[in-house]
Design a protein around this ligand. Structure first.
Ligand code: ATP
Length: 238
């Protein structure tokens, strides 16, 4: 139901050896929301996403997804339950075609609706349809980002976590990617978006969190953070 808390992170701590990358972060994502997590390089945003999706061990804290604790569960199990991340740098299978990459995205499913879902992904990303039989490695960075997002959608995410989808893309492609994030959200997918492009992310988000040196220091409605002088000074180049 609308407003149900789908993802709840409390006091999350993550360390790499002796380095504490996340030092007690707490945040929630509710059904239907687009929530963004902004912050400087090295603040701990990627590490937070990895810990939530089971690809980085949690030192301390609680993670609840769909009302149940999930700490310690592996990425495969979590993807199967609809907690799906598109990693920074995309990670597409470069020597497979677009369609084969999308089929790989459905590897946790065993229903007969994969072809129907590929058509849905093609409706969101007409560019992928045009290039269906092309090898992923021959596509541009923006096209590969679209493919990575399309592949994640094939797992039928209940919460989609996007790590820096606009990173390294041309201005036109950045526009396109933010359009597509808004489109996926408007079709009903709940999204947690990590972005360096704070102004674009906050403009789109229902709510946002600011992370600094491993802790959440501010939170609020996207528009409220966008007009906050501290956020403007630190992240919006004001
Ligand atoms: P960026 O936007 O640069 O990815 P971030 O906010 O996502 O920044 P993280 O990538 O989560 O930040 O990094 C948080 C801290 O953890 C940084 O100090 C980083 O150097 C450190 N860190 C990240 N990955 C590792 C790793 N595999 N081993 C050791 N330290 C790491």
């Amino acid at each position: 139901n609308k407003n149900d808390v789908l993802l709840e992170v409390s006091g999350l701590q993550v360390a790499y050896g002796g380095i504490q990358a996340v030092k007690g972060a707490s945040f929630q994502v509710r059904q239907g929301e687009l929530v963004c997590l902004i912050g400087a390089n090295g603040a701990g945003k990627t590490t937070t996403l990895k810990a939530v999706t089971g690809t980085q061990p949690v030192a301390n804290g609680e993670i609840r997804y769909l009302g149940k604790p999930i700490k310690g569960q592996g990425a495969w199990d979590l993807v199967k339950q609809g907690l799906v991340m598109v990693p920074e740098g995309r990670g597409t299978f470069t020597r497979m075609t677009i369609v084969e990459n999308l089929q790989m995205g459905a590897y946790t499913r065993n229903d007969g609706e994969v072809e129907t879902d590929i058509d849905k992904v093609f409706a969101i990303f007409p560019r992928l349809k045009e290039r269906a039989t092309q090898l992923a490695g021959t596509m541009s960075g923006g096209e590969q980002q679209m493919l990575a997002m399309g592949r994640a959608l094939m797992a039928r995410p209940k919460v989609l976590l996007l790590d820096e989808p606009s990173m390294g893309l041309s201005p036109i492609m950045v526009d396109k990617i933010f359009e597509v994030v808004a489109d996926i959200h408007s079709r009903g997918t709940t999204i947690l978006l990590v972005e360096q492009n704070a102004s674009r992310a906050l403009a789109l988000a229902d709510r946002g969190y600011v992370m600094e040196s491993g802790v959440i220091t501010m939170d609020g409605a996207g528009q409220a953070l966008l007009s906050d002088p501290k956020v403007q000074a630190a992240y919006l180049g004001a």
